[in-house]
Design a binder for this molecule. Sequence first.
Ligand SMILES: Nc1ncnc2c1ncn2[C@@H]1O[C@H](COP(=O)(O)OP(=O)(O)O)[C@@H](O)[C@H]1O
Ligand SMILES: [Mg+2]
Length: 282
Amino acid sequence: MSCEHATAAGGQTAPQEFEENNLSEVKRVIAVLSGKGGVGKSLVTGSLAVELARAGHKVGILDADITGPSIPKMFGMSGRHAMGLGNLLLPEISDHGVKVMSSNLLLKNETDPVLWRGPVIAGAIRQFWSETSWGPLDYLLVDMPPGTADVALTVFQSLPVDGIVIVTSPQDLVSMIVAKAVNMAEKMNIPVLGIVENMAYVECPDCGKKIEVFGPSKLDAVAEQYGLEILGRLPIDPALAAACDAGAIEDELPAGLLPDALAKVAGLPEHVEPTGSDDASA
Ligand SMILES: Nc1ncnc2c1ncn2[C@@H]1O[C@H](COP(=O)(O)OP(=O)(O)O)[C@@H](O)[C@H]1O
Ligand SMILES: [Mg+2]
């Protein structure tokens, strides 16, 4: 196994570069991607995880944003540290049962900057997949690093990603940023499940009117241009941002926030070949 010679992933049937350990049995891997940072990728990842868990599924989040991890805080895990079990790491488990592995759980102090070079970051991604005991999971969501650079490539080349959810901001819809994410998925031969527009509008607290602060949405046009399914639009919601900051996303996420995205992700078939099988004895 070597991460230097990562071969282009060929979707579900291609051999993945990083091996799964025999204490993990992950049925589906879904990556949440955006063309750039700060558009709400982590918020969408966290929301989908909470909704899947509420629906009774076993859910994990692999926080692949190694240098800007934000999942542990969102799930009230600030200050916690991942434990080891033999050679394996154990994910932290949230109050409502969501398993999380993140560089944040390996730092001495949560506020320490992660100043790791590329190969070390790739090593961390491998550790979070190959050397983390995920146990049985129906869904593993991967909160991707921002953009379409090296680390994102590592994830797609190394993990058996079944589908990609693209998150975008209204501004990105008028630029080429969505195209970058779509092209990356295409090159990696991984199906795009659809697109979520975040911070699409604000709702007037008095009359409930939806105000499109950034002008009329280009979501429909962009979705049609790239043949993408629209999986939802989220408003700018200061209460939700505050809940994330307070580590209370599980308690405070409004029900039914992204019904179409949830249905799409939940409806993904399991891997063709269940991972965690005994390759050695085959
Ligand atoms: N719909 C939203 N309404 C209000 N705040 C949001 C919304 N989406 C994201 N945010 C806030 O914006 C910031 C960036 O979001 P985040 O999910 O961390 O983005 P990314 O993971 O793409 O970098 C966070 O502070 C988050 O709480
Ligand atoms: Mg993030």
